[in-house]
Design a protein around this ligand. Structure first.
Ligand code: CU
Length: 283
């Protein structure tokens, strides 16, 4: 039996059990979200393996006769504030240097032009303005993936700040967990997960820690939460480093908020937020 037949069979048996449940008052109800869950989009959704995202991007690149790097940049622009944005940025940065160099004029242009939005308060940005911050960060990250002597001269004006932290084994905490950066600076967080369980890292709007944390805990109770990898659907979630496996290092590049303040860092894996939080001070 081919894979599609298997999937169809699985879908049919699922639908059948839902229908049976609906006709039997004592049978447990199958939540509609499970039966009618839309297909996962490897270019937009959370919880998709990088290999699957790359396969989708490769297919687009092939059909349009462009490089995977060019296809990825187009998808980063199209993805808006989607949950795949940091993964797409990571894929772009991992493309061959020759392909990134071919894209460099565009990367420099986009990495520079979106600073026009930098005077805005990030927590009040419209989706479009936020997108340009994401696109800018992805373009800058891709330029810095090139060897230093191959970067365009414009990039010498960019001074990324790298913040390194570690998930402390068994402590549900980061070390360090407080950082200070300048407004609008280019920031790269590298989180080494030395713990035995998955963790993510979100940058949130000032004062929103408990709101985001409580929402994340609720996400732990349903299928939707798992599909979102426990990232609340809230404008107060500003930046997302997705779930990072034990012994792996998560990387998140972003443009620091324009408005000075204390921005909570939090892991939204259900049950973690009360202990696993930190501070990004922008001043
Ligand atoms: Cu965690």
């Amino acid at each position: 039996m081919c894979m599609c037949a298997l999937l169809t069979a699985a879908k049919y048996s699922h639908a059948q059990s839902a229908s049976e449940a609906a006709h039997h008052e004592h049978a447990p109800q199958v939540p509609a979200a499970v039966v009618d869950a839309p297909a996962v989009n490897p270019l937009r959704d959370a919880g998709v393996a990088q290999t699957e995202r790359v396969a989708a991007l490769t297919a687009i690149a092939k059909s349009a006769s462009i490089s995977v790097a060019a296809a990825t940049l187009a998808q980063i622009e199209a993805c808006d504030a989607c949950l795949a944005r940091n993964d797409l940025a990571s894929i772009l940065a991992a493309q061959p240097a020759a392909d990134l160099k071919a894209l460099a004029p565009m990367l420099v242009s986009k990495g520079t032009e979106s600073t026009k939005d930098a005077s805005k308060d990030v927590s009040k940005d419209s989706a479009t303005q936020s997108t340009s911050r994401f696109v800018k960060a992805a373009c800058v990250r891709a330029i810095f993936a090139l060897p230093e002597n191959e970067r365009p001269t414009e990039a010498s004006a960019w001074k990324p700040v790298t913040l390194k932290t570690t998930c402390v084994p068994g402590k549900m905490s980061w070390d360090p967990k407080e950082f200070t950066v300048a407004p609008n600076s280019i920031v790269a967080i590298e989180m080494t997960n030395s713990d035995s369980m998955q963790h993510n890292l979100l940058v949130c709007a000032p004062g929103s820690l408990s709101e985001i944390g409580v929402t994340a805990d609720k996400l732990g109770e349903g299928a939707i939460g798992k599909r979102r990898e426990y990232v609340p659907d809230s404008p107060k979630v500003l930046e997302i480093m997705g779930l990072t496996a034990p012994n792996a290092t998560g990387v998140l590049w972003f443009i620091a908020p324009a408005k000075p303040g204390t921005y909570p860092l939090v892991c939204t894996y259900p049950g973690h937020w009360r202990m696993m939080n930190g501070k990004l001070k922008v001043q």
